[in-house]
Design a binder for this molecule. Structure first.
Ligand code: GLU
Length: 621
């Protein structure tokens, strides 16, 4: 029997909270919906058969950190279990679709290395993989539900539905539909539809089952679809087909997951409230649902949801503005809410594919961007060690920055005949541990790209106030290293030379040739003397490294000294050491009579030209 249309509405009486609670307990006593299929395995285990997963973005926006993580977890679950990863474009909301967004989504996923096995571009047996091309499939499935009595056409006008909603709202009652159209006979429904009367198709929901979430465990409220209140029963009968004949997200999503044989759905917790409704649809179709796992929200350290303003920007920001490697971003996204038992957090996509599991944490995930830079440096080091295409890419990026910021005149004396990329390649290998972005790398290593160094006045290494190392000894050591001929000019030779340099003897003053003189307690005891020599050598080397860094790169941090000398090359290194010697010779001239380094005392200005005493025994005779 058809229900009378509502209206005019009676005045809603006031209903106290207690009574409302009673009504809901009556409602709860109605046949309860069953718990969805849970599967045998524990929620943290991997499925025992290959998983078919999918990433189903709507082209109403671009790929951002949260959606990259969702795509990644689905991808990894498929790869880990030997299954397939699908890409499906959910473009049912045509009004909000951004032109070009689908292409960007595809490009961004490919950049991250998340290549789909089935989907747009690559095709597959269950296509088309764009929902806008599947409308006929959804319509026919909606009609199947009408035929089986699990759905019905609703001819209620928007005005009636609006009035119903307003009245319920004013009475403090939850929203719902009163199933006015559910009792329309099949013939009448067909006939009105055939006449072209506007209608939607609603699910005749039996109830909203609880389910075993892969992350959160048992979830949902086992809600019946009807809500009994003082006046009438209302139902949560979701719309499946809109009046324009297009499917709602819910219908399209469920039909596609079923037809595409999806076994596992990993998606954001924002979809958790919809899952019971999706399960109701699976039940209506008499289909086995996939397993669902909802991944927690990404939040700022302050606990606030990541927003556009505070970094939930699309991944082109990380790629194009920050120069983050795909391996870094993927590694970073993988660690957002997922834990592993490896020794290191630094993991490539291939490694993640080997170890992924469903140990996903519940509760919001705090995004700490410091970790992103830690991972970037770690991956830079890995690329430098492997010297593959990712390293070539780094070399090219740094070369571009150098070309844009340094003049040819500036570079020529350093490069000599070397191509820029050949100069940058060893520099990157030597200092990859500090690589964040190409720009930052060039700024940090600026002294490698100019022969005009702005050295501060030389000051001994921290803690060396009491040291007894004369500048002339440092000059002599530097001069010795300069004697290495071009064919042997490499980091290994310099490292060996520096380490075998007799720092203990070099650090003695001209007035006293005993290395133990700086250590009176050593006395004549040979063991104590040996110890004193070791200590003197150590102190000398410390000061020597400090001096060479000042001389070669104005004291800037960067590659080690032997590497710096190799990268700069013989001509430029010798030139810098000579320039440094001249600068410090003027400081040396201000020394006290003992010839010891005078700490931070400003040197007297003298012209050291022509003075070769700094080369000691190595001075040309
Ligand atoms: N189209 C939905 C989205 O963009 C996908 C939800 C789902 O994965 O089921 O978030």
């Amino acid at each position: 029997m058809r229900r009378a249309q509502i209206g005019p509405f009676p005045r809603w009486p006031w209903v106290c909270t207690r009574c409302r609670a009673n009504y809901s307990s009556v409602a709860a006593a109605t046949p309860s919906p069953s718990v969805a299929r849970t599967g045998k395995k524990g929620k943290k285990d991997l499925p025992d058969a290959p998983a078919r997963t999918r990433f189903a973005p709507s082209p109403t926006g671009y790929l951002h950190l949260g959606s990259l993580r969702t795509a990644l977890f689905n991808y990894l679950l498929a790869k880990r279990t030997g299954g397939q990863f699908l890409l499906r474009i959910e473009d049912t909301d045509q009004k909000r679709t951004i032109p070009g967004a689908e292409q960007r989504l595809c490009e961004d996923l490919q950049w991250a290395g998340l290549q789909w096995d089935e989907g747009p571009i690559v095709g597959g047996p269950y296509g088309p993989y764009r929902q806008s091309e599947r409308t006929a499939i959804y319509r026919s499935h909606a009609h199947d539900l009408i035929s089986s009595g699990h759905a019905y056409r609703c001819f209620c006008t928007p005005e009636r539905l609006d009035t119903l909603a307003r009245h319920r709202n004013q009475a403090g009652l939850p929203p719902g539909y009163d199933r006015t159209c559910a009792d329309i006979s099949a013939e009448e429904s067909e006939e009105r539809a055939a006449r072209g009367e506007a209608h939607v198709v609603r699910l005749k929901a039996e109830g909203y089952p609880m389910f075993e979430d892969l992350v959160y465990g048992k979830t949902g409220q086992n809600k019946p679809s009807n809500k009994l209140d003082y006046i009438d029963r209302v139902y949560d009968d979701p719309i499946l087909l809109k009046s324009d004949g297009h499917p709602t997200y819910h219908l399209a999503n469920v039909v596609d997951d079923h037809l595409m044989k999806i076994t596992h759905v990993i998606r954001g917790t924002e979809w958790m409230p919809s899952t019971p409704m999706h399960l109701a649809l699976y039940n209506a179709f008499n289909w086995t649902p996939p397993r669902f796992g909802h991944v927690p929200l990404l939040v700022e350290k302050s606990g606030q949801k990541l927003s556009k303003r505070n970094a939930d920007i699309d991944i082109s920001f990380f790629r194009d503005k920050q120069g983050i490697f795909p391996a870094t971003l993927v590694n970073f996204a993988a660690l957002l809410g997922w834990s592993h038992s490896q020794k290191s957090d630094v993991l490539s996509l291939e490694e993640l594919e080997q170890i992924f599991n469903l140990k996903i944490t519940r509760g919001n995930t705090v995004v700490a961007f410091e970790k992103l830079w830690f991972l970037q440096k770690a991956h830079a080091q890995r690329f430098a060690a492997s010297r593959g295409p990712a390293f070539d890419d780094m070399v090219n990026k740094v070369s571009d920055v150098v070309r844009n910021s340094c003049s040819t005149e500036q570079l020529e004396p350093i490069l000599q005949t070397r191509p820029l990329t050949e100069y940058i390649s060893p520099l990157l290998r030597a200092d990859a541990k500090s690589y964040t972005t190409a720009q930052e790398f060039v700024t940090r290593n600026e002294t490698f790209f100019t022969s005009t160094l702005n050295r501060p006045p030389y000051a001994p290494a921290a803690g060396a106030e009491k040291n007894t190392i004369p500048l002339s000894a440092l000059h002599t050591a530097a001069a010795a290293f300069c004697l290495v001929p071009e064919p042997h000019w490499n980091a290994d030779t310099h490292r060996a030379n520096i380490s075998s340099y007799d720092g203990a003897s070099a650090s003695v003053t001209s007035s006293d040739s005993s290395p133990s003189s700086s250590s009176p307690e050593a006395g004549a005891d040979p063991e104590a003397q040996a110890k004193a020599r070791v200590a003197a050598d150590k102190a000398f080397k410390k000061e020597l490294y400090h001096y060479l860094r000042w001389a070669l790169s104005a004291g800037n941090p960067g590659p080690g000294i032997p590497e710096t000398m190799e990268i700069l090359g013989r001509v430029e290194s010798v030139r810098r050491l000579d320039e440094a010697r001249k600068l410090t010779a003027s400081q040396e001239a201000g020394y006290d009579a003992s010839g010891l380094f005078p700490g931070n005392r400003r040197p007297k200005d003298v012209n050291p030209e022509g003075d070769k005493s700094w080369m000691g025994s190595l001075a040309p005779r």
